[in-house]
Ligand binder design. Structure first.
Ligand code: GUN
Ligand code: FE
Length: 435
C-alpha cells in the first residue's frame, strides 16, 4: 500500500534569496521513500495528486497556523563539546587547553561517545536542525559512535575523526600515519552508507605536523566527494602561532593550500582575519567559509566581514557549539545579524532563512538532496509555531508583512518555536505540550 503524508498549511521553500511562501500550502511526502513528491497550494496540489494517483490512500497531517520550512543545516559544530558549552573566561587557545581537551579526552570511552552522540542528535532535532557537518574527537570510536546514532535516525550528517598529532595532550594525539589510517577505515565503513558522509578533519594548523596535513591532503585528493573540514584565522594569538610554525608560508591559508586541503568539498570555520590575496585563493579553489557568530562573540574572536567574504566565495552559517552558545540556527542568525550591525551591514530575514536551509545545503554540495521542497528531494522539514511564547504571539500579531514576521522569528525564535522535526519523512521530534 502507498502511505503518503499530506501536510496542510503555510509552506516556505527556500528558493533563492526570496522565499517562496504559500499561505495555505500542502507538502506531499512519500514516507516510505522519505522524499518529497510535490508541494503547492493545498487545494490544487491535493486535487492533482488524488487524480494522478487514482485516489491513492493518503494520511493527512493538519498543521494549520504553523509554518513549515526545510530542515535547518549547521555547517560547523563539535558534538563532544556539548558537554562543556558555556565554559567561563577564556579566549581560543586557553579555552582549548583548559576546557575543550579535558572534555574531549572522555571520548576514548565508546559508551560516553554513544550517549553524547545520541543526546546531541536529539538536541539538534529539538532545534530544527536536520543535517550538520560535525567534529568528533581524535578517537575513531567517537566518529563510529556518531555515525551509528545518525544512521539509526537517518539524519544526513558529515563527520570524521579529528586529526591531531602535536600541541595537544599526548593522549589526544594520534601519530600521522595511524590517524590517516583511522580516517581511511571510517571512509570504508561509512562514506555513502545511507545518509552518512565522511570529512577528513585536521583540527587546525597548530595541532598537526606538516606530515599529518600532507597525508590529509593526499587522502582528500584521492576521493571525488569526501569532505574536508578545519579551522582558519579565528583569533589573533592563533594567527601569530601559525606564523611562527610556518614562517616560510605566505599566510595561514597558504599552509592549507600547500598541503592540498582546499577545494569545493572543504569547509573552513571562521576566516575572520584574511588578506585580499587569501580571499582570492578561496575563490580560485572554490573553498567555502563557515561563519560562526555566537562562537566569535563568546570567545571574543572578532567580527566576521560577511559582505566582503560573500563577494569572493560561498559562506555558510554555523553554531560552532561548544564555543558557540546555542544549537539553534535561529539564535545563530539573530547573533549573525548583530555582528553585521556592529559593522554597519545588514542581514535580512530572507537572506538569513535562505542561508540556514538551501544556502547551507549549497555550501555543502548537498543542494541536490536537501535545502528546499523540490520534488524528489529528501523530506527533512520543521514545523514552526510562530506563537510559541506569549511575547512572540503578541509581537507577530503587530506585523504587517511576511518579511516582518520572518524577521521577528529570526530575532526572537529559538528551540521553543520548533513543534516538530521530520527526518526523511519520519517524525523524529515532537515538542512536549506545556499547558
Ligand atoms: N580551533 C581549533 N579547535 C577549535 C575548536 O574546537 N573550536 C573553535 N571554536 N576553534 C577551534
Ligand atoms: Fe569549531
Amino acid at each position: 500500500t502507498i502511505d503518503k503524508n499530506i501536510t496542510l498549511l503555510p509552506v516556505i521553500a527556500g528558493v533563492n534569496v526570496y522565499p517562496e511562501y504559500i499561505a495555505d500550502g500542502a507538502l506531499i511526502v512519500d514516507d516510505v521513500a522519505g522524499c518529497i513528491i510535490d508541494y503547492g497550494s493545498s487545494e490544487t496540489i491535493l486535487a492533482n495528486y488524488a487524480e494522478a494517483n487514482n485516489q491513492a490512500p493518503v494520511k493527512i497531517h493538519d498543521y494549520r497556523n504553523k509554518l513549515i520550512m526545510p530542515g535547518f543545516i549547521d555547517t560547523h559544530v563539535h558534538y563532544p563539546q556539548i558537554d562543556m558549552i558555556a565554559a567561563y573566561g577564556e579566549q581560543l587557545l586557553d579555552w582549548l587547553n583548559n576546557y575543550t581537551f579535558v572534555t574531549e579526552a572522555n571520548f576514548a570511552d565508546p559508551k560516553i561517545a554513544h550517549d553524547t552522540a545520541q543526546f546531541f542528535l536529539n538536541q539538534l532535532m529539538a532545534n530544527g536542525t536536520t543535517s550538520a557537518m560535525v567534529f568528533c574527537t581524535s578517537h575513531p570510536q567517537s566518529a563510529e559512535a556518531f555515525f551509528t546514532e545518525s544512521h539509526r535516525l537517518n539524519t544526513r550528517m558529515i563527520t570524521g575523526n579529528v586529526l591531531m598529532d602535536k600541541n595537544a595532550p599526548e593522549h589526544l594525539c594520534v601519530p600521522a600515519e595511524q590517524s590517516i589510517q583511522d580516517t581511511q577505515n571510517i571512509i570504508n565503513n561509512w562514506h555513502g552508507r545511507g545518509r552518512q558522509h565522511v570529512a577528513i578533519t585536521p583540527r587546525f594548523a597548530i595541532t598537526s605536523t606538516p606530515k599529518q596535513l600532507q597525508l590529509a591532503g593526499e587522502l582528500y585528493a584521492s576521493y571525488d566527494n569526501v569532505y574536508l573540514q578545519t579551522h582558519l584565522a579565528e583569533n589573533r594569538d592563533e594567527m601569530a602561532f601559525v606564523r611562527k610554525l610556518y614562517p616560510k608560508h605566505k599566510g595561514y591559508l597558504d599552509v592549507y593550500e600547500d598541503m592540498g586541503l582546499l577545494g569545493r568539498y572543504t569547509t573552513l570555520a571562521h576566516g575572520i582575519y584574511l588578506e585580499t590575496a587569501e580571499y582570492e585563493r578561496l575563490r580560485a579553489t572554490g573553498t567555502q567559509i563557515a561563519h560562526c557568530p555566537t562562537s566569535n562573540l563568546f570567545l571574543g574572536s572578532g567580527l566576521f566581514d560577511l559582505p566582503k567574504t560573500l563577494s569572493y566565495t560561498s559562506v555558510s552559517i554555523a553554531t560552532d557549539v561548544g564555543a558557540g552558545t546555542s544549537l539553534s540556527m535561529l539564535v545563530t542568525l539573530s547573533e549573525a545579524y548583530k555582528v553585521q550591525q556592529l559593522q554597519n551591514n545588514q542581514l535580512s530575514a530572507h537572506q538569513g532563512l535562505y542561508q540556514i536551509t538551501l544556502g547551507n545545503a549549497q555550501s555543502l554540495m548537498l543542494d541536490d538532496k536537501i535545502g528546499n521542497f523540490m520534488p524528489n528531494k529528501e523530506a527533512d522539514f520543521v514545523v514552526i509555531d510562530m506563537a510559541a511564547t506569549p511575547l512572540l504571539e503578541r509581537r507577530i500579531a503587530q506585523t504587517k508583512t511576511l518579511e516582518e514576521r520572518l524577521f521577528v522569528l529570526m530575532m526572537l525564535g529559538d528551540d521553543r518555536v520548533i513543534d516538530e522535526t521530520v527526518i526523511a519523512g519520519v517524525s523524529r521530534y515532537k515538542k512536549v505540550a506545556t499547558a
